[in-house]
Design a protein around this ligand. Structure first.
Ligand SMILES: [Zn+2]
Ligand SMILES: [Zn+2]
Length: 169
């Protein structure tokens, strides 16, 4: 997704709002086995400080990720903060932040790296298809959300059982 900063470039100390919407790049999520389940919406306010552009806003979308317990579909809404500095190459002395974007053409500023970074940072470590997901039985491999299995679940650690026997004696 691209923004045009040519107009703002002529107006130091002013800001401009952008609203963008695009389909997400699924290749970006393929590493975590996910895909976009909704469009990516970006609200952005860009300030021209006179030296650099400072962009602040939000990224909203919905992701479909594999459930960390049963590998089913986990639908994860994303509402993430977006913040980056946009610098023209000549003022690269400011480029000390990783998420900064260096531009050569203020009419064609590609903000995808900052948008994807914001989405990536908000991916949960353990996405769940539902809060009470029962997961997959470690013994027979059945999806416990769909059917009950009759595997024994040992509730007491065998070491404690030994101790209990000792106490009984
Ligand atoms: Zn699940
Ligand atoms: Zn089982």
């Amino acid at each position: 997704m691209k923004i045009d900063l040519r107009r703002l470039k002529l107006r130091p100390q002013q800001s401009e709002e952008f609203y963008l919407e695009t389909t997400g790049r699924n290749e970006f999520l393929s590493e975590v086995g996910g895909k976009f389940a909704a469009a990516v919406q970006v609200d952005l306010v860009v300030d021209n400080t006179g030296k650099i552009f400072v962009a602040r806003g939000r990224v909203r979308t919905t992701l479909q990720l594999p459930c960390s317990r049963c590998l089913g579909e986990a639908i994860v809404p994303v509402d993430a903060e977006l913040a980056c500095n946009i610098l023209e190459s000549k003022s690269a002395e400011y480029a000390d932040l990783e998420e900064d974007i260096i531009i050569h053409d203020p009419g064609q500023v590609d903000i995808d790296p900052a948008v994807e970074e914001a989405i990536f940072m908000s991916i949960p470590i353990n996405p769940l298809c539902k809060l009470e997901c029962q997961g997959i039985c470690p013994q027979c491999g059945v999806n416990r959300n769909l059917e009950d299995c009759h595997c024994e679940t040992r509730e007491i650690d065998p070491r404690w059982e030994k101790l209990k026997n000792l106490i009984r004696k």
